[in-house]
Design a protein around this ligand. Structure first.
Ligand SMILES: [Cu+2]
Length: 98
């Protein structure tokens, strides 16, 4: 089965992460493939949200406390713009390719 020294960290589904830090989504634009689960982590002491900019978008996090996380799996290609509803000047985009 597993052999000594082999890296067992390989995940079946690629994951990508966005940090929320200093009132900024980093990276502001994340490019992933369809099927990718993206995790946002709040590294600020202030609460933030991850909320789709459009009313019909899929991202609807609760207010994330410090070190709080939100995950979403993007299944369809497209450009997904989002904001923090508490601080609307905070904007980010996930670009999903097939
Ligand atoms: Cu915020």
């Amino acid at each position: 089965m597993s052999s000594p020294g082999r890296n067992t960290a390989a995940a079946p589904v690629s994951a990508d992460a966005v940090a929320i830090k200093n009132f900024t989504f980093s990276p502001a634009t994340l490019k992933v493939k369809a099927g990718t689960t993206v995790t946002w982590t709040n590294e600020d002491t202030d609460a933030h949200t991850v909320t789709s900019a459009g009313s019909d978008g899929p991202l609807h996090s609760p207010a994330l406390a410090t070190h709080g996380t939100y995950t979403y799996t993007f299944t369809k290609p497209g450009s997904y713009a989002y904001v923090c509803t508490i601080h609307p000047f905070m904007t980010g985009t996930v670009e999903v390719t097939s």
